[in-house]
Unconditional design. Sequence first.
Length: 264
Amino acid sequence: MQRTVASVVSFLVLLTGAIPALSCPVNVARGPGLLRLAASDAAVPVAQETLRLYFAGHATFQIETPGGAVIVLDYNGVNRPTRLPDLITMNNAHITHYTNHVPPEIKTVLRGWNTGSGIPRHDAMLKDARVRSIPTNFTEMGGGTNGNSVWVVEAAGLCIAHLSHLHHTVSREHVAALGPIDVLLAPIDGRVTMSHDELIDTIRQIKPTVIVPMHWLYFGAIDLFLSRMQDDYPIRRSQEPWVVLSARNLPKQPEILLLPGNAF
């Protein structure tokens, strides 16, 4: 049986049709800044009112919640998570952004492109997390009706958006569907996805508090992107691919957080 959103998640959405309210407050008192996480801390339980974010490489991120949910965004089978996910997304049908070889232990697989039954619009509840998709790239990817989805994870009072293989700036409708975003996982290659001009316009529209670069692809792309952004956004470089996020410890001003990892 194909593993789909109907197999495990979202009893609330699937059985009743109810859509949970957005969990992300628009105005939260900001604290001193992001909480750093040492590699030795990665195995400890996630504290209340925090999320743990891990950059597995390329465009793959692992999110862990206080309620024990493990969510991996843009799973491709190569950039491996550190824990068995409850739920994975595959945002785009590009070879480095999806796989047909998913371990059977992963019970829920959400795909973000048209697989033959129309444009997917997922909205799922998993433990203390909400995972939802916003279709994009309606015609850019090979003339198909949908080639990519932006995914949003809401938990612990935070909203994290993953742009994946976005090929165009977001529209007003996209921004409205996203809602307030605290952390934006953004492709900064500047060539295969959006140009840097398009990405900067997208960032300014979404207005996240933290921007985490991914999808570097080409040598020098990260330096070019950071050079464009450094006058407007503080740049913080982490020594570890982990960070602990809290609604009350986000930076007071938007910043870029560079997590180390294999971004190719």
